[in-house]
Design a protein around this ligand. Sequence first.
Ligand code: DHE
Length: 513
Amino acid sequence: MKCLLTLLLLLAPLAASAAAPAALYQQHCQSCHGAERMGAMAPALLSQSLERLKPAEVLRTIRDGRTATQMAGFAGTLSDADISALAAWLGTPPATPPLWREADTAASRIQYHDPASLPATPQFATGIDPRNLFVVVEAGDHHVTVLDGDRFTPLTRFQSRFALHGGPKFSPDGRFVYFASRDGWVSQYDLYTLQTVAEIRVGLNTRNLAVSDDGRWVLAGNTLPQTLVLLDANGLKPVKTYAVQDRSGKPSRVSAVYDAAPRQSFIVALKDAAELWEISYNPKAAPIYPGYVHDYQMGEGLALPGYQNPRITPLDMVLDDFFFDDSYRHVMAASRDGHAQVINLDSRSKVAELPLDGMPHLGSGITFQQGGHHYMATPNLNSGRVTVIDMDRWQVAANIATPGPGFFLRSHDNTPYAWVDAMMSPQRDTLSIIDKRSFKVVRQLTLRPGKTNAHVEFTHDGRYALVSIMETPGELVVVDATTFREVAALPMMKPIGKYNVFNKVTRSSGTSH
Ligand code: DHE
């Protein structure tokens, strides 16, 4: 009895301090960050939303606030112990998993402008080429700059949703650009009138989105909840929500969604299931794979083949980073632990193993042709090299050493060079320029010593390379792609990625799609 009393006495203060963070949250955070930490005018504070932040950064943000935002510091209001308890509590998942239902998605939609009322032509000065605009995502203060790609002058700069991630995607005519934020917001922005048309929150934690080649659909993939959400691309009205689960019914997070334009379908990579999904947006799709449902024994009720229904290719392991050949018949796929293979999307089977160890970043790869061969090249997230794969033989053609692991690789049809960073290493300030003909590094470029030099995108003609100095404050540096000389620099707040309308809508082989 004495023992039990001692234990209860010992646990009492713990119980009191365990209750405190929830109350602190309610009192100080909820009005901006929303009930159940789901986000409101400020971002969600779910453990999934914070997993990219180091615990010390969470602590610092609560204590000191965030500059240039409405997040005030709580150092004068809360004790150090309270701040630590709150930070630790935010890092743990809520006792009851947060729910985000179709009705929440539908209710979140905001239409700023009726798509039918938008003027038919660009409203900015004539002489500015709407196909050579750049959309630059500035992560430092959550803004987007729209840049004239001929003069390198900003047309506008606007506040985005918190923490945009992944490549913004364009409508086929290049008029609209679609953004996804990690918090689940999808935004449709009109580059002709430089204004947001509509926004909708499709989930609590989103990976990325894809836009269909016919311009009619946007598909967004979530990790929380484990869903895919199909939207009407013109105004973002929700059309369909797919529960993502494997054949045994186990839910899976989405790793990424891609548009396979030549197949008129979306491809979906899954983080927790050894399956690959393909969702056709071709209304005539039904007869294409009539045997599929029976092959896979899914049961007619679970997955019907055809238009807007997932057709599933079973895999022999979870593969969640993908790259496609130009026809989108073949997908190169890698697992987190360095296994890679090639899958034929027509026969729905593995056709080759790829000897790619380390952590190839396939999603950041490029394709090019050389000497009659089709190649793809990929950086590696944990090894200083770019691997070139001969796609005619599915063999490694070269491993090109770079100063350190890199994240992004870029080129353009009009340049013989591919540019790669080493941003995952101490040499994060050094870009390596690789000759696509010789597979050799021909130049190293350090535009701003000591700072992260990464993510390159070319002008529509391939004459200039725009490089991010990913710092707050940072810069966007314009480099002549032939002489490698700097020609301009614009101050920006941690420009993460930049996207050229022409290169994206023409699916230039040197950039992401
Ligand atoms: Fe990304 C694209 C996944 C971390 C900046 N990133 C993508 C895409 C995927 C992905 C699947 C392709 C989306 C598309 O085309 O729409 N990224 C992941 C991860 O799994 C990873 C490693 C961990 C995570 O937290 O999700 C990750 N990514 C980062 C970063 O830390 C980066 C550097 C900074 C940030 O803002 O998060 C980052 N990712 C980017 C950028 C793109 C991207 C700039 C678009 C590249 C492009 O040119 O298209």
